[in-house]
Design a protein around this ligand. Structure first.
Ligand SMILES: [Mn+2]
Length: 407
C-alpha cells in the first residue's frame, strides 16, 4: 500500500502581489500531481489549506480541477480535509472543495455534512482514513469529542488527518495538546505547520511552497508512505524543486557594499529570483542606498525588498564578543527602557530556557498568570520576546551557515 501525502498547497496565494508567484504555486502543485502519478500510489491524502482563501477565482478553482482530473485518469483517489485558510464559520458557507465531489474521486472528511472517516480494502487489510477539518480554539471541546470518538474505531491500519495547531508543536496559539491526541492510530498526518517534521506517529509533510522567506530555507515536496503487511511503514519525502529561489541577505552599508551586492545580484538574481535585503546603515545614507538598489540591483531579480536598520541601533544590539557576552547581556541591553518587572520576567524566562523549555514557560507562567496583572507591559514583552527568539534563531542559523561555508 502506497500513499502520497500533500498539504498546504495554498492555491491562489499571490505572494508579494506577484502574478509570477501565484503561477509558481500552480506549477508546483501540478509537478506534485505528476510526481504522485509517476510513483504509482493507491491514494492521495491532502491535509488542508488547499486554497489560500475560502473564496478563490475561477482560474484558481480550475487549477485544482486539472490536478484532480489527472488523478482520476490514473484511478487515484484523493481524501482531503479543510484547513484554517479555507473555512469560514458561517452556516451558509460552502467550501470550494465541494465543487469537485460529483465529477472527481475526492472525499472531504470531518466537515458539516461530510463523513468522519472512510474505509478502503487494500493489500494490507482494511485501511481506515479519518480526518477532521479545521476547528478553531473556541470549538476545542467538539474537536476533543471527535478525536475520542475516532479513537474507538477499529481497523487493520488507522490514519488520522488533522489541520490544527498542537501545543507541543506550536506553543503560542493552539487548539489542542499532544495529550488530547488519540492513541489507536498508526499514523497521524498533520497540515498547518509548513515545515517537514517527523515526530514518529505524528508527521507533518510541510507545505508545497514556501509562503514566507523563512520557509524558503526549508525543502518542500510530497511525502510517500509505504505500508507493509506487518503494518510497518516507511516515510519518504521527495523534494520538488522550486521555480525560483528566495534569498535573505544581511549587509552593512560600507565601502564594499556596492561591489558585494552587485556581485551577489549578478550571480544569484537571474532575473527571476527574489531577494530580501536587510541593510545596516546610517540614516543619511538611505537615499543613496535606495537609489543604487533600484538602479542596479532590482533589474537582476524579480523582486527586491529592502529593510534598513540604523547602524547605531544595530551596534547597541549586536556589538558583542561571542566568547564573553551572554544572551542575558544582549537582552538587558534591548530592554534598557523597560520596567524592572519586565526585566525580572526576562531573567526568569532565560533561566527557564536553560531547560530548553522557554516557550512552554512563557506560555504557562507568563501568558496565563502574569499577563493578568501587568497586562500591557507583558503584552509588549511577549511581542518583544517573540521578536528576540526569532532574532536569535536567525543569528545562530547564520553562525551555522558561516561555519559550514568555511568547510
Ligand atoms: Mn497553511
Amino acid at each position: 500500500m502506497k500513499i502520497a501525502v500533500i498539504t498546504d498547497i495554498h492555491l491562489g496565494y499571490r505572494q508579494y502581489k506577484l502574478e509570477e508567484r501565484k503561477q509558481d504555486f500552480y506549477d508546483t502543485f501540478q509537478k506534485a500531481i505528476d510526481l504522485i502519478i509517476k510513483n504509482d500510489v493507491d491514494l492521495v491524502l491532502n491535509c488542508g489549506d488547499t486554497f489560500d482563501k475560502a473564496h478563490e477565482s475561477a482560474e484558481t478553482i480550475d487549477e485544482f480541477r486539472k490536478g484532480l482530473k489527472k488523478l482520476k485518469e490514473h484511478n487515484i483517489k484523493m481524501v482531503a480535509i479543510l484547513g484554517n485558510h479555507e473555512v469560514i464559520q458561517r452556516d451558509s458557507f460552502v467550501p470550494i472543495l465541494n465543487l469537485y465531489e460529483d465529477d472527481y474521486d475526492i472525499d472531504i472528511l470531518g466537515y458539516k455534512g461530510k463523513k468522519d472517516y472512510i474505509t478502503i480494502d487494500t493489500d494490507i487489510g482494511e485501511l481506515l482514513v479519518s480526518g477532521i477539518s479545521f476547528l478553531s480554539a473556541s470549538q476545542s471541546d467538539s474537536l476533543k469529542n471527535k478525536l475520542q470518538y475516532l479513537d474507538t474505531l477499529k481497523s487493520d491500519f488507522k490514519i488520522l488527518m488533522l489541520h490544527q495547531a498542537i501545543k507541543e508543536d506550536f506553543p503560542f496559539s493552539y487548539e489542542i495538546e499532544e495529550n488530547d491526541l488519540p492513541t489507536s492510530f498508526n499514523c497521524i498526518l498533520c497540515g498547518h505547520i509548513h515545515e517537514v517534521c517527523d515526530y514518529g506517529v505524528r508527521y507533518y509533510p510541510g507545505s508545497l511552497n514556501p509562503c514566507n522567506i523563512k520557509e524558503a530555507m526549508d525543502p518542500h515536496g510530497v511525502t510517500f508512505i509505504t505500508i507493509d503487511k506487518q503494518k510497518k511503514y516507511d516515510i519518504d519525502f521527495v523534494e520538488i524543486e522550486q521555480p525560483r529561489k528566495m534569498f535573505f541577505q544581511r549587509m552593512t552599508y560600507n565601502d564594499d557594499f556596492v561591489k558585494n551586492l552587485k556581485d551577489f545580484a549578478k550571480k544569484n538574481g537571474q532575473g527571476k529570483n527574489i531577494l530580501h535585503l536587510e541593510v545596516m546603515i546610517d540614516e543619511n545614507q538611505i537615499v543613496d542606498a535606495n537609489d543604487f538598489i533600484s538602479r542596479e540591483i532590482q533589474k537582476e531579480f524579480l523582486r527586491v525588498t529592502t529593510r534598513f536598520k540604523y547602524k547605531e541601533e544595530q551596534k547597541n544590539n549586536y556589538n558583542f564578543d561571542m566568547g564573553k557576552t551572554t544572551i542575558k547581556d544582549i537582552l538587558m541591553k534591548r530592554l534598557e527602557d523597560e520596567s524592572n518587572e519586565v526585566k525580572e520576567l526576562t531573567i526568569k524566562i532565560l533561566e527557564a530556557s536553560k531547560d530548553n523549555d522557554s516557550l512552554e514557560f512563557i506560555h504557562d507562567n507568563y501568558k496565563n498568570n502574569i499577563e493578568k496583572s501587568y497586562k500591557k507591559d507583558f503584552k509588549d514583552l511577549e511581542n518583544k520576546m517573540r521578536a528576540e527568539i526569532k532574532e536569535y534563531e536567525n543569528f545562530f542559523n547564520k553562525l551555522g551557515e558561516d561555519k559550514y561555508a568555511r568547510k
